[in-house]
Design a protein around this ligand. Structure first.
Ligand SMILES: Cc1ncc(COP(=O)(O)O)c(C=O)c1O
Length: 363
């Protein structure tokens, strides 16, 4: 959390602690509704198209698990770059709905054309597909998917898409309508900077009936999106702090945040592209990247290879990176600058990579 948000979180925690059950019973649910309206407005949705969740995982599990149009013998589709938990939720549809689960690989290196081609081929090869999982910003490589184009292609084939926007809103500047998707799961505790434990789901108004109530919720009518999320007791102070996080996000400006993050990413990537023995997995094509980008030393695809590089960067240069598995062509290392990252931090990364890439070098 940024400082103003952290302070608001402490203030709200103190308030909840002091006013206790009285607050929760008298006022919390009114305040909760105001937060929901605020989030909807900021995301560009109608309030009745949004329901708050404890994060993107809860939102996406409810969308994937609750999607009720699948019949036995249908297929569902996802790719190697999708997030593990959402892959699990798609895999679980086999037992739950009797569908075939198909996984395919996003091309590497990725280009817009290659990505669109891969999805088009996957649709053609699996004509029984009725549901697609699509990740806006991959947590593995940072690849930004051309969501609207893929969603449109899917619709033509009669395929619905659940979009995983866990990492995108706040990192990228967009409104939910631009995705053209009917079902989207979001986080508020990543790039919007809210306290941990808040996210939301979006269901386009005329698609509500296609998602089941959450565990048979009886608190809200069938026609109310709030019946699609039944969390139980939530972290009151975290929810109450969301408006402060959105206010700061808007004060900085979504476009300015996006531009700064892309600048920081380009800063190190443009220098490291000169190192022939380092593969940058995330393309430079406009619209296909944002803050996150992954690399690997050429041919070094194992867990131990990549763990060793992460350890050298961390212990030798105080640069924290993250090993990522699950990419079809092999493991890699993710670099994620934040808004507070400075050029000097990235210079240290580039200097480190210049040394680390040479196998004979003792670091
Ligand atoms: C692409 C993607 N989807 C879903 C999630 C799940 O988000 P959360 O753990 O905040 O629920 C993450 C978290 O890193 C993610 O990167």
């Amino acid at each position: 959390m940024a400082e103003p948000v952290r302070r608001e979180f402490i203030r709200q925690s103190d308030m909840v602690n002091y006013e206790n059950s009285y607050y929760v019973r008298q006022r919390f649910w009114l305040d909760f509704e105001a937060v929901r309206a605020k989030v909807a407005e900021a995301a560009g949705a109608a309030p009745d198209e949004i329901a708050l969740t404890r994060g993107a995982t809860e939102a996406l599990q409810l969308l994937i698990g609750g999607y009720n149009k699948l019949k036995s013998g249908d297929a569902v589709l996802y790719a190697d770059l999708d997030y593990d938990s959402m892959q699990y939720a798609m895999n679980a549809l086999k037992a739950r709905r009797g569908v075939d689960v198909v996984k395919f690989d996003v091309p590497e290196p990725a280009t817009r054309q290659a990505v669109l081609g891969a999805y088009a081929r996957a649709f053609d090869a699996n004509p029984k597909t009725r549901l697609l999982l699509l990740t806006h910003v991959s947590n593995r490589t940072g690849l930004v998917m051309p969501i609207a184009e893929i969603v449109r292609m899917a619709k033509v084939k009669g395929i619905d898409t659940v979009v995983d926007a866990a990492h995108s809103w706040g990192q990228l500047d967009f409104k939910v309508g631009e995705l053209e998707a009917d079902f989207v799961g979001f986080n508020l505790h990543k790039w919007i900077g809210a306290p941990l434990g808040v996210g939301f789901l979006y269901i386009r108004k005329d698609r509500l009936a296609d998602i089941d109530r959450d565990m048979g919720d009886e608190e809200f009518p069938e026609t109310d999106i709030r019946s699609r999320v039944h969390t139980g007791t939530v972290n009151f102070a975290a929810v109450l702090t969301v408006p402060a996080a959105i206010a700061l996000h808007q004060e900085i400006g979504a476009a300015a945040k996006q531009a700064r993050l892309r600048y920081l990413r380009d800063y190190w990537v443009s220098r490291v592209r000169a190192f022939r023995d380092i593969e940058i997995l995330t393309p430079d094509e406009v619209g296909l990247y944002s803050a996150i980008t992954s690399f690997r030393l050429a041919g070094k695809t194992s867990k131990s290879d990549n763990d060793a590089v992460v350890a050298k960067l961390r212990d030798g240069y105080k640069v924290l990176t993250v090993r990522r598995a699950g990419v079809a062509k092999g493991q890699c290392i993710r670099v994620t600058p934040a808004l507070y990252t400075e050029e000097a931090d990235l210079d240290r990364l580039v200097e480190a990579l210049a040394v680390v890439r040479r196998p004979s070098e003792e670091v």
